[in-house]
Design a protein around this ligand. Sequence first.
Ligand SMILES: Nc1ncnc2c1ncn2[C@@H]1O[C@H](COP(=O)(O)OP(=O)(O)OP(=O)(O)O)[C@@H](O)[C@H]1O
Ligand SMILES: [Mg+2]
Length: 253
Amino acid sequence: MARRNKIYEGKAKILYEGPEPGTLVQYFKDDATAFNAEKRDVIDGKGALNNRLSEYFMTGLNNVGVPTHFLKRLNMREQLVRACEIIPLEVIVRNYAAGSLSTRLGIEEGTQLPRPIVEYCYKDDKLGDPLVTEEHIAAFGWASQQDMDDILSLALRVNDFMSGVMFGVGIRLVDFKIEVGRVYDGDFQRLVVADEISPDSCRLWDLETGRKLDKDVFRRDLGNLTDAYAEVARRLGVMPKGTTPMSKPTLIN
Ligand SMILES: Nc1ncnc2c1ncn2[C@@H]1O[C@H](COP(=O)(O)OP(=O)(O)OP(=O)(O)O)[C@@H](O)[C@H]1O
Ligand SMILES: [Mg+2]
């Protein structure tokens, strides 16, 4: 058997060359990192859950006409995606104040924002992914004005979709981050949602109890991360079999 060509190994995923030109295999690791990788751990089952959850969200987005890089899930830990030129921005959409927004502006976590707020961070681990404005993005040529219009539209459509899906299972979408990539179709190019959408990249709070069901459980030592992610998967009906031991019986109603 030929060994696959590893293209990139990041903190949470590995990218391998795909079976056809223009495709990649995205492998979801169990590694969790936070605070620009100052805090790290290996969390059993996280990779399989994120693979499933990202598949679920990306498939839903594709189905409602929001283009993504997702092609198909290959197995428990891997999915086939279209290879993109990643725009070097983390695109953050916030519905409620939390995390760095609360810290920067002194707004209490959980405060509803007057409207969704979109922020951009420059993807550079050495710099800690600093917040940038559209001025920086235009001046340094990270994205064109057309790209920025498309990115904003994608981000808000993802927000509407994800907010609705999560609300349907009793979860508040506080905020999330996406990455956007460029793909070429013949003479045309377009932007698609890339990377992953999972509890690693969203803040998800239970609507009734406020329980955190996202990576803050790891960042803030709030308990078992896999239990939190498995709860999201269970509510969405995408709980992978045999990956996550149930810590306690689940009431089915
Ligand atoms: N469809 C795609 N085509 C090309 N690259 C992609 C695609 N989807 C995601 N990526 C890139 O693959 C990498 C995924 O790995 P991972 O998320 O572990 O990286 P990371 O450690 O978070 O580092 P980074 O700062 O680069 O995101 C990211 O760099 C992401 O930008
Ligand atoms: Mg990443």
